[in-house]
Design a protein around this ligand. Structure first.
Ligand code: ZN
Length: 242
């Protein structure tokens, strides 16, 4: 049962056809891990928090630097030097004190990823392929959906991975891009919002998810392209030979 306060807080989304109080209960009982409290993590965490996801786990290993602030809008200038997970917790709890925020200040590795993920839905809000491979491993081993987003300059990509049904991260990405990529803050804003939308739809069982499709946002020309993607039968992580 929702409390009176929850009914009031979520009133406008409960009005959505197919959402209802039962849907809001599903969000309240949901557990989501957001890997990365940076450019993508900022909008993902913000919108999952205000939507009422009951338990949000934030994993990051960095402190806030001045050069982060053009895109990582969860963090105020006054928090430079603080741990990103602590700054994220402050902001999320201020936005919605009715939810539980768990923070883990650690680098995600093959060795710890299963313990970090447990049975939480996984949002890939990372900025490097090594960490994405770790999340991919947990997603495949635990059969948990992985909500992937990536940005470069004014271009972004987003897809929803369902183990066994869709390509995995290793089917999609083989090579690490060298160097530090440019990023304009609006790009993770757009992509992170779509990732959060996918998470909500998945939990609510609403609409059509971005399965087997990569949505590519070309911000320079304001174009969204949705391209079909296929499992790689020879994929090291999910291929038929594994
Ligand atoms: Zn694969």
């Amino acid at each position: 049962m929702l409390t009176e306060q929850e009914r009031a807080r979520y009133n406008r989304q409960i009005m959505m056809p197919g959402w209802d109080e039962a849907g809001q209960e599903k969000l309240k009982n949901a557990k989501v891990m957001v890997a990365g409290a940076g450019g993508l993590g900022s909008p993902v965490l913000t919108y999952l928090a205000v939507a009422g996801i009951g338990k949000i786990r934030v994993v990051d290993c960095d402190v806030i630097e001045l050069s982060n602030l053009n895109r990582q809008m969860l963090h105020p200038d006054s928090n430079i030097g603080k741990l990103k997970v602590e700054s994220a917790r402050e902001r999320i709890e201020a936005l919605n004190p009715d939810i539980t925020v768990e923070t883990v200040n650690t680098k995600i590795t093959d060795g710890n990823v299963l313990d970090l993920v447990e049975d939480y839905l996984i949002v890939d809000a990372m900025d490097n392929l090594q960490a994405r491979y770790c999340l991919n491993k947990a997603s495949l081993e635990r059969s948990l959906p992985l909500f992937h987003g990536a940005v470069y300059g004014l271009e972004g990509r987003v897809t929803t991975i369902l183990p066994g049904e869709t390509p995995c991260i290793r089917c999609l990405y083989k090579d690490v891009l060298p160097g530090t990529p440019p990023v304009v803050g609006v790009t993770p804003g757009v992509i992170g919002c779509i990732q959060a939308t996918e998470v909500l739809k998945y939990i609510l069982g609403m609409g059509k998810l971005l399965y087997n499709r990569l949505l590519i946002f070309d911000g320079l020309n304001t174009i969204f392209n949705k391209v079909k993607i296929k499992k790689d039968p020879n994929c090291d992580a999910c291929g038929s030979s594994v």
